[in-house]
Design a protein around this ligand. Structure first.
Ligand SMILES: [Zn+2]
Ligand SMILES: [Zn+2]
Length: 280
């Protein structure tokens, strides 16, 4: 389920209310007790919380965090389940080049004067796991993590469970010249049943923001086609992108994707998608 689909910053206006304005957060329900969470953007506030006024519910589960930029971490101190003492959240995130632990890096951001209380003061237990180019398992779910191009250490994830694969590449720097993929990014995407990919810019926007770390809609389409994915979710929408503009994108790229042999859709807050392996 998509809880937040925006990139860079949360936004709210009449023009963005249908697709939503929360930043990156996606949960993958694989039939286990708790879903796997991709990223901790502002959409996290709505996870495990049917009623924002209700008492906090415990959550025991895993977050696969692509990187530490604000739009991917800002929801953490607003995750209501952190107020419950039985909550245990394991966060897997890229190790930092300065050698500072993930815990200490987060504490610098979630503590006074930048936040009213320190992250360690929440009732929940939060465990950090430093990763890089790795292959590991969470229960029976296989996880592949690979560094991808983006400012600062950034990881993409490929998760496989029940013979079904979901790949999450939320922030991905498109090459400045011809379209190309790093070996790691190709490994992540190849033959995925669902690819959730950065599609922040139009070509015109990319021309003026080409080193800001993101992809165009056209590059996301090329990645999906060249790695033979079944479905592509356009994700990490620019906060300036209106609902009407996203409708036009969905219509235009939907037909192009069909001609190229895959499906495409525009991700929206609160959208649920059922993913299953296509047997052919
Ligand atoms: Zn981002
Ligand atoms: Zn980023």
């Amino acid at each position: 389920m998509f809880h937040g689909v925006r990139g860079s910053t949360a936004c709210h206006s009449r023009d963005t209310q249908r697709y939503g304005g929360n930043t990156s957060c996606v949960s993958v329900d694989i039939g286990a007790a708790s879903p796997i969470i991709f990223d901790l953007g502002t959409g996290l506030r709505y996870l495990n919380c049917d009623d924002l006024d209700a008492q906090p519910k415990p959550f025991v589960g895993v977050c696969l965090l692509t990187h530490l930029h604000w739009d991917h971490t800002q929801g953490l101190p607003f995750f209501k389940s952190l107020l419950h003492r039985d909550t245990v959240l394991d966060i897997y995130a890229p190790r930092q080049p300065d050698g500072v632990s993930l815990h200490d890096t987060f504490i610098k951001k979630i503590s006074p004067p930048l936040f009213p209380i320190c992250l360690d003061e929440f009732a929940a237990t939060i465990n950090f796991h430093e990763i890089g180019d790795d292959d590991f398992e969470i229960g029976t779910t296989k996880v592949m993590s690979r560094f991808v191009p983006h400012p600062g250490p950034t990881i993409g994830f490929r998760v496989t469970a029940n013979k079904t694969t979901v790949t999450y590449l939320s922030d991905h720097q498109q090459p400045l010249g011809n379209f190309a993929l790093t070996a790691g990014a190709r490994e992540l995407c190849q033959n995925s049943d669902l690819l959730i990919h950065d599609s922040q810019y139009t070509p015109a926007e990319f021309a003026t923001k080409s080193n800001w770390g993101h992809s165009t809609l056209e590059f996301a389409m090329w990645v999906a086609e060249t790695t033979s994915v079944k479905r592509l979710a356009l994700f990490h929408h620019d906060p300036s992108r209106t609902d009407d503009a996203l409708d036009v994108i969905a219509g235009r790229l939907g037909q192009i994707a069909k001609n190229r042999g895959f499906e495409v859709f525009v991700a929206a807050d609160e959208m649920s998608v059922k993913v299953s392996a296509v047997v052919s």
